[in-house]
Write a protein that binds this ligand. Structure first.
Ligand code: PLP
Length: 368
């Protein structure tokens, strides 16, 4: 039996995609091979990677002057690749600055990693209230190399309500947990990156979308596999790419296109999130710790008003266990923040959200 999987990542994938991958496991496109077995330089794999990129370009409306790169190392490796490639590092020259906005644990990690290579200046933070809101966008300094944000904060459940104005300074965004959840104007960014395992496919592939003029700025000592210019020049095949992951991303994108793409997804994702937030806001037992103006569509943390604490007590543990027995799995909050969290990525049907609310209503009653 399939469960409703509310995991923040790796997370639920569309059932039709998994079934198709199963059907094609030993013979894809009449090649007599599994995608896992074929040479990445073969005529058999070429259409698979080209389809994935073409669909991504079409669905995200990626302008022609942006390159799509398939990288390994997860979202976390981009915390290093972004400053290495965009940081204006020059031998003997003083370190450049870049703006970082601290909206949670991932953005903090990104800034910490970047400070190995440049002066990563945290110009705004929402740490004062446990990252429960998105701060007013700070102005960049005129000589910033770039301006980094985490568009959707997977752990604390916030999302930027609008993009910061950065003028000529390239805006860089970690979109790991919100890629294709709703339309996004790529031309506003210098670069975006997303680890696939939240909303796009399996772990092991990261998508980087970068404006062409920002490619080729890494210092000469940069390891080959950390240079965007090498990925761009080699069609993401300087070495063996994560072939199977790229194939599954292609299937997910086909599924998404058939459903109407990000516009249709945004409508469905708003319905799901609205339903759940309305339940939380009307409940006397559960509540959202996140400010209304900053709430995420994808990741919704919640706490019990009984314990109302940041740690996972007896009630939270029991909630997660009883939900699991009902086929509603992976509802524990992040180990660093506690409480509970439900993630409603594209592949989560609205029936899953309704089943979770029905369970919570019953749980609430039984506690009174
Ligand atoms: C999950 C996540 C990451 C880390 O991804 P890895 O692929 O595990 O390195 C980074 N940023 C955000 C927003 C995430 O949700």
């Amino acid at each position: 039996m399939r469960v409703y999987n509310f995991a923040p990542g790796p997370s639920t994938l569309p059932l039709p995609v998994l079934e198709r991958a199963a059907a094609e496991m030993t013979d894809v496109n009449g090649t007599g091979q599994s995608v896992m077995e074929m040479s990445h330089r073969s005529g058999a794999f070429k259409p698979i990677i080209e389809k994935a990129e073409a669909l991504l370009r079409e669905l995200m409306g990626i302008p022609a002057n942006y390159r799509v790169l398939f990288v390994q190392g997860g979202g976390s490796l981009q915390f290093s690749m972004v400053p290495l490639n965009l940081g204006g590092i020059e031998p003997g020259a003083p370190k450049k600055k870049a703006t970082y906005v601290e909206t949670g644990i991932w953005s903090k990690k990104a800034a910490e990693e970047a400070s190995k290579y440049l002066d990563a200046v945290t110009r705004a933070s929402s740490k004062d209230r446990a990252y429960s809101y998105i701060p007013v966008a700070p102005a960049p300094a005129p000589d910033d190399a770039y301006y980094h944000i985490t568009l959707n904060n997977t752990i604390v459940g916030t999302k930027w309500p609008s993009l910061p104005e950065t003028g000529a300074i390239p805006l860089v965004a970690d979109i790991s947990s919100c890629i294709l959840s709703e339309p996004l104007d790529i031309s506003r960014f210098g670069l975006v990156y997303a680890g696939a395992q939240k909303n796009l496919g399996p772990a092991g592939t990261t998508v980087v979308i970068v404006r062409e003029d920002l490619i080729g700025r890494a210092p000469s000592w940069t390891p080959a596999l950390l240079r965007y210019d090498i990925y761009a020049a080699e069609g993401s095949m300087y070495n063996t790419p994560p072939c199977y992951g790229i194939y599954i991303i292609g299937l997910v994108l086909e599924w998404l296109k058939a459903l109407g793409g990000p516009v249709a997804m945004a409508k469905l994702n708003h319905e799901k999130a609205d339903l759940f937030y309305a339940y939380l806001d009307n409940s006397s037992f559960f509540r959202s710790p996140v400010e209304k103006s900053s709430r995420s569509l994808m990741n919704i943390p919640f706490v019990s008003t009984i314990t109302d604490s940041g740690h996972r007590g007896e009630l939270e543990t029991r909630f997660v266990k009883e939900a699991e027995a009902q086929g509603l799995v992976n509802l524990a909050g992040h180990r660093l923040v506690g409480g509970m969290r439900a993630s409603f990525y594209n592949a989560m049907p609205i029936e899953g959200v309704k089943a979770l609310i029905a369970f919570m209503e019953k749980f609430e009653k039984s506690e009174k």
